[in-house]
Write a protein that binds this ligand. Structure first.
Ligand SMILES: [Mn+2]
Length: 356
């Protein structure tokens, strides 16, 4: 297994790449979406930023990114998330859908040409929403939680995935989106994109819903229980149809009949199918409708056991820390990541030793 680090767009600098290498990572997962960079005046922290018209990712910028990662002795494994600007009408089934599908196909081809193996994505209307921030992790470390007592305000027009793609949209709301509608949209997306991804040598890896509620803000969610990942895979069996296996989100789900809330069984089931594009390695306490993200070594999941399950199934892909609590110091994000990476590296080394 390989250790990686996810870096947000504004963090894709030589210094942060060097930090990743120093922590023992060999792979990078890069976010190209600027989630918080641009905000509308008065826009609250509850919503993310603006994602207006954006040109498609160019081959030149992808190659430049890959070169900058390789210059620090690392491998660029994946890009995480499409920009809402590039596919809001694919999610909403709006008038620009076909045009945006064509754009996504072009970008998938370019990602393949640039030699990048995976694109992680969230097929979600409401996106990440309803988080609260507080001293939820050990020692009062700042972290996020979810509490379903928050009122589910409808999604305003011009917004998807918690970002604004059209600040001038007419007033009103997106309205309700049913489970059937959303699965139909995903199925059409997969049938159009996966043949292109296969030809380009790229895997499209779906993140489960965060938070994993059956509906959020009046819109259905796709993978809010672990067995629903199988439905995604069965829609289009192909190595290109893969999972961005988020251990935190999967653990937050309510126990169901198939896996009974046992995350090790979930990981085993999907690792056995070689369906994992990469892993989000994160621990959590509690489940929906009420949970908290915590340090990797203190939550409900035996994370070393997860490594063992992955190893037994011969998983040789990339693990990255997901969000982590922030440590009380001058560099809270970096310290949190270094702590998680150190834990993961120790786990992998111990696993190697137990094998010999
Ligand atoms: Mn995740």
């Amino acid at each position: 297994m390989k250790l990686g680090l996810g870096l947000y767009r504004h963090m894709l600098t030589p210094k942060n790449l060097c930090f990743a290498r120093q922590c023992g990572a060999t792979h990078i997962v890069a976010h190209l979406v600027d989630y918080l960079g641009e905000r509308l005046p008065g826009q609250s922290q509850a919503g993310w930023g603006v994602s207006g018209d954006k040109p498609l990712w160019t081959l030149e910028e992808l190659l430049a990114l890959r070169r900058s990662v390789e210059a620090e002795g690392l491998t660029l494994h994946a890009l995480e998330n499409f920009d809402p600007a590039h596919w809001y009408d694919v999610l909403l089934d709006g008038p620009k859908r076909d045009e945006q599908i064509a754009g996504l196909k072009t970008m998938v081809q370019r990602v393949g040409e640039a030699g990048i193996s995976v694109i992680g994505y969230n097929f979600s209307i409401a996106g990440v929403w309803g988080w609260t921030q507080g001293p939820y992790a050990r020692g009062g470390a700042l972290s996020v939680g979810f509490d379903d007592s928050v009122p589910h305000t409808p999604i305003p027009n011009g917004q998807v995935w918690n970002m604004t793609y059209d600040p001038d949209a007419p007033s009103g709301t997106v309205g309700e989106v049913s489970t059937e509608q959303l699965w139909d949209r995903l199925e059409r997306f997969l049938h159009e994109l996966l043949p292109v991804a296969e030809a380009a040598g790229v895997r499209l890896a779906l993140h489960p819903d965060d938070p994993p509620m059956p509906t959020l803000r009046g819109t259905a969610r796709l993978v809010y229980q672990p067995q629903l990942y199988q439905r995604v895979l069965d829609l289009y069996p192909s190595r290109a149809n893969a999972l961005e296996l988020c251990l935190g989100s999967l653990q937050e789900m309510q126990p169901e009949a198939v896996f009974g809330g046992d995350l090790h069984r979930v990981v085993d089931h999907y690792a056995a199918q070689d369906a994992i594009g990469y892993v989000h390695f994160r621990n959590v306490r509690g489940r929906v409708p009420n949970y908290f993200e915590v340090f990797v070594d203190e939550g409900d999941v035996d994370m070393l056991g997860v490594l063992q399950v992955l190893d037994e199934r011969g998983f040789d892909g990339v693990l990255i820390p997901d969000h982590t609590p922030q440590l009380e110091c001058g560099a809270p994000w970096h310290a949190g990541m270094a702590f998680a990476l150190g834990y993961m590296r120790a786990g992998l080394q111990a696993l190697g030793r137990s094998r010999t």
